[in-house]
Design a protein around this ligand. Structure first.
Ligand code: ASP
Length: 439
């Protein structure tokens, strides 16, 4: 049994809907379908979800939102017309939305309607049952997913349904009202359904043929990743590679269900497999490279720091007290570096520096800004000699100065800090040495 989720660009208009229909009908195991709201049809287009947020702003401000609502309605009407759905209409639902938003305007309710209406069209088009996640996905009093209740209700609702469409992105809040996940959250709904129903695979259909070894904005036509483990994916997506919502991994991971990222526009491509563990070697020593700019390194120096018990705790306390989370913390004998996000840190920097002085009494505190971090990730790096050596010699040849190195004890990744201005050069040098030379 397969659970299949389709992203917004896969459902942006009736042409895309037809491709999706063909994909679903090509395999009778594709039983539960999770649609997103219609996305962009062309680069300058506006996603339906963004239009819905705009409508909510207007309604909440007491402004006239009928223009935005009719733009949204046009998007759905084009799909219904293009699919030639005889006798099917969403007029009633649109009246309901208008009434709700006039009487009790609400952001989450508005945003959720893109998936809801798309789900209704999809169910009619496929001849599948429509199952509302409002009765399936539950949030707790802190706004987090209520796993247990969601699992129970999902199993109950789908137990006797062979083929169903379940809209993504929303569920029921603790207050009994519609509540959405964060943006891109349909991925999470798909994962919940796949996990609850013990699917054999969770197919996530989008507009790219899976994960790439490096960012295509930096590397032209980068190699594709065929198989990646959940842990590798976490490392890469944390550092900026994004195809899947971060939280979408957990419900399927717990059940050992693989995720297959596929391309609606090239259904014959095998895509990328995301798995718990694998004996398959990646084509290269590394699985992927990702990175982000704009970090700061706070360098703390104190003679004999190493023998002072509690020094590290006091330094980190200064960050915690100011609600700043740290990314990495490489250390030397008398030095300790705390790497943080520049945008979170910058307005509180003097408070943090004075707190470090007060709590830990260091000899000096220096701040280095405009730092980029690059994560080189790969299960194949473990116990492989010379990986770090190759990275650093490639960077030296490219005249990139490395200002920080951090290797996790899992040997799954090596994090390298370079100046922002060297970021792209560094990524290219690392990609070349592992992928282009094929060693
Ligand atoms: N439609 C929502 C968004 O644009 C959720 C999703 O597509 O997953 O964020």
């Amino acid at each position: 049994m397969k659970v299949v989720k389709f992203g917004g660009s896969s459902l942006a208009n009736s042409e895309q809907f037809k491709k999706v229909g063909a994909i679903i009908h090509a395999d009778k195991d594709r039983r539960y379908v999770i649609p997103s709201a219609p996305g962009k049809r062309f680069p300058e287009d506006i996603k339906v979800t963004d239009l819905l947020y705009q409508m909510a702003d207007e309604a909440i401000a007491g402004e006239d939102f009928s223009g935005t609502l009719s733009t949204i309605k046009d998007r759905f009407d084009e799909i219904i017309k293009g699919l030639e759905l005889e006798g099917f209409s969403l007029d009633e639902q649109f009246d309901e939305i208008e009434k709700y938003m006039t009487e009790t305007p609400d952001v989450d309710y508005a945003a959720s309607r893109g998936e809801h209406l798309n789900g209704r069209i999809m169910a009619a088009y496929l001849g599948f049952e429509f199952v509302d996640p409002f009765d399936m996905v539950f949030f707790d009093d802190e706004g987090a997913l209520n796993d247990k209740k969601t699992l129970r209700e999902t199993r109950k609702l789908l137990a006797d349904v062979e083929y169903a469409v379940v809209p993504g992105f929303y569920g029921r809040g603790f207050d009994g009202k519609v509540k959405t996940f964060s943006r891109g959250g349909s991925d999470i709904t798909g994962s919940i359904v796949a996990g609850a129903c013990h699917a054999d695979v969770y197919e996530n259909w989008t507009d790219v043929s899976g994960f790439l070894v490096a960012d295509p904005h930096i590397i032209k036509n980068p190699a594709k990743i065929e198989t990646i483990t959940y842990r590798e994916l976490r490392e890469l997506s944390y550092m900026g590679a994004s195809v899947l919502h971060e939280e979408a991994i957990f419900p399927v991971r717990r059940q050992g269900i693989p995720i297959n990222i596929r391309n609606t526009n090239c259904p014959e491509d095998a895509g990328t497999w995301i798995v718990e563990s694998t004996a398959q070697k990646s084509g290269y020593v590394i699985t992927g490279i990702a990175g982000r700019k704009d970090f700061c390194a706070v360098l703390i120096t104190k003679d004999m720091m190493n023998s002072e018990i509690g020094f590290g705790r006091k330094v980190l306390q200064a960050f915690e007290d100011n609600q700043i989370s740290f990314e990495h913390m490489p250390s030397g004998i008398d030095t300790m570096t705390v790497v943080v996000h520049e945008d979170e840190f910058i307005e509180k920097e003097q408070k943090v520096v004075s707190a470090i002085h007060r709590l830990a009494k260091p000899d000096s505190v220096e701040i280095e800004s405009d730092l980029a971090l690059i994560a080189v990730v790969g299960r194949g790096m473990k116990s492989m000699r010379g990986t770090a050596g190759r990275i650093f010699s490639a960077l030296a040849h490219a005249h990139v100065n490395v200002s920080m190195i951090d290797q996790g004890s899992s040997e799954l990744n090596i994090i390298i800090g370079v100046q922002n201005r060297d970021f792209e050069t560094a990524v290219r040098a690392i990609y070349d040495i592992f992928v282009m030379t094929q060693l």
